[in-house]
Structure formats: structure tokens, C-alpha cells
Design a protein around this ligand. Structure first.
Ligand code: HPA
Length: 270
């Protein structure tokens, strides 16, 4: 794995002549932030050595290097999901590469189903913790000390400092945000009512099919992490209706400009 990470990092370093310290992973259909980037270089995933190829509908699958405000960032438009058939090393490979090119802060976004009865469709949830329910752990297997420690601490998987800053930004811009625990599951099925109930009982506020693997690897790599989730449907008893990928994307589209604003100002403040 180490030579592959290095090969991909070298490939990217040769193309980009900047030195981004901030990486951004944009979730399903959540590419709006990319429209705010200037001085961009776009690299489709197919062209990047050792990168898996994104297959899910609504993902365009490219790396975009550019400036968000005055700050250099490297953004992934589209991510690799476990349910697509990739193994966890593939799902999290881009995070390893980010670290290898010097990125130390990771911003992630996703769409999720809300289980917290106070939540509404279209809410933005700042992720303050997660529960990993994926059947395979991204750090299972031989540990490479060059990448991180064998038993990484996860007591602050999502940076408290970044959460506090994001909340200030939301208040300043009059954006309603909620906060909570993201449950990461395999998918690709949405939850049954009993599963939503179970995820609520174990302490979840929202559930989705991504993010947790990347955040684990980012923590293993010593990066600080900020995550935000768009609540696209509700897994709350009495409010559960049929969900589709299209609806998830439609709600995501509506709310993304607010999420972009928070992320942009957060990046500005770093
Ligand atoms: N469950 C899992 N993943 C999701 C959901 C959901 O309800 N909504 C958007 N992504």
C-alpha cells in the first residue's frame, strides 16, 4: 500500500503547483462547493494512478484543486462507497493520498436520514461523533507506523474547535444547524423502520452509507476533521415515508448552498 500511496501522491504533486493543506470530500450530488473554486485544475479519477473509479449515479468522480476564497484546497467530487464493492482500503485510499501530499485538515459532507425527532428534512447536521457499523474496519490488517499508530484514539474524531467555529459561522449567517451523531452503515438499502429505531436507541441522530471510513483513516493519519450532513429524509416513527436516491439528491441540491457557505467561511477562518 505504501508505494501506491507514494506513486499517486507524486503524480498529483507533479500536476498541481500549489500546496493545499485542506481536503474536502463532497457527498452524493453535493458538488455545489466546486462552483466556488477558482484557479481550478480538474483531474478525473480514471486518470489518477491507483484510484478506484466511482460508479454511483450522481457522482461525477473528479479531483479538483483550486482556491476557495484565498485558501488552496483539494476537493473530491464524489467518493468511493463500500456498497459499490470497493474494500475499505480502496474507499479510504484518497485520504491516505491527501495526507501524503501534505493535507492536515479534512472536511466531509454527506446526505443522511435523520432519526432525531427534533430534526426536519433539509436540516444541516454538524457531525460531532460517529458510530461505525460497517462490517469491515479500514484499519484491519498490518499497521504501517509510517501512516499512524496501531490503536488510534477516537475521543475527538471531529474537531471540537472546527465544530465551534462552524456554529459561530452558522449563527452569524442566520443558518439553522443541528448537531449530532452519524451512524455509518453499509447500505445500499435505506433503513427499515425497525433499523431506524435501533440506530436511534444506540445513540444515533442520523444514518448514512459513507464518511465513517474516511474519518477513521483521517484520524489515524493525524488529520483534524469536520463533517456536515444534510438530512434528506426522516427515520422518525410517524414520519417515515418511502425514500429514493432521487429525493435524497433533490433535497441535497436545495440545501447545499448553505453548506457551501459554512464550509467556505470555515476554510477562510483556518
Ligand atoms: N439512510 C441511509 N443513507 C441515507 C439516508 C437514509 O435514510 N438518506 C440519505 N442517505
Amino acid at each position: 500500500m505504501l508505494p501506491k500511496i507514494q506513486e499517486t501522491a507524486d503524480y498529483l504533486k507533479n500536476i498541481i503547483n500549489t500546496n493545499p493543506k485542506i481536503g474536502i470530500i463532497l457527498g452524493t450530488g453535493l458538488g455545489n462547493l466546486v462552483t466556488q473554486l477558482t484557479e481550478t485544475i480538474e483531474i478525473p479519477y480514471e486518470k489518477i494512478p491507483n484510484f478506484p473509479i466511482s460508479t454511483v449515479e450522481g457522482h461525477s468522480g473528479k479531483l479538483i484543486i483550486g482556491k476557495l476564497g484565498n485558501t488552496e484546497v483539494l476537493a473530491m467530487q464524489g467518493r468511493f462507497h463500500y456498497y459499490e464493492g470497493y474494500d475499505m482500503k480502496q474507499v479510504t485510499f484518497p485520504v491516505r493520498v491527501m495526507k501524503a501530499i501534505g493535507i492536515d485538515t479534512l472536511l466531509v459532507s454527506n446526505a443522511s436520514g435523520g432519526m432525531n425527532p427534533e430534526f426536519e428534512i433539509g436540516d444541516l447536521m454538524i457531525i460531532n461523533d460517529h458510530i461505525n457499523l460497517f462490517p469491515e474496519h479500514p484499519l484491519r490488517g498490518k499497521n504501517f507506523n509510517e501512516l499512524g499508530t496501531r490503536f488510534p484514539d477516537m475521543s475527538e474524531a471531529y474537531s471540537k474547535e472546527l465544530i465551534a467555529k462552524a456554529k459561530e459561522i452558522a449563527i452569524k449567517n442566520d443558518i439553522h444547524v443541528v448537531e449530532g451523531v452519524y451512524v455509518g452503515t453499509t447500505g445500499p438499502t435505506f433503513e427499515t423502520p425497525a433499523e431506524y429505531k435501533y440506530f436511534r436507541i444506540i445513540g444515533g441522530d442520523a444514518v448514512g452509507m459513507s464518511t465513517v471510513p474516511e474519518v477513521i483513516v483521517a484520524n489515524h493519519s493525524g488529520m483534524r476533521v469536520f463533517g456536515i450532513s444534510i438530512i434528506t429524509d426522516l427515520g422518525v416513527p410517524g414520519k417515515i415515508v418511502e425514500v429514493s436516491h432521487e429525493e435524497v439528491q433533490e433535497i441535497g441540491n436545495k440545501v447545499q448552498p448553505l453548506m457551501t457557505l459554512i464550509m467556505k467561511e470555515l476554510v477562510d477562518s483556518l
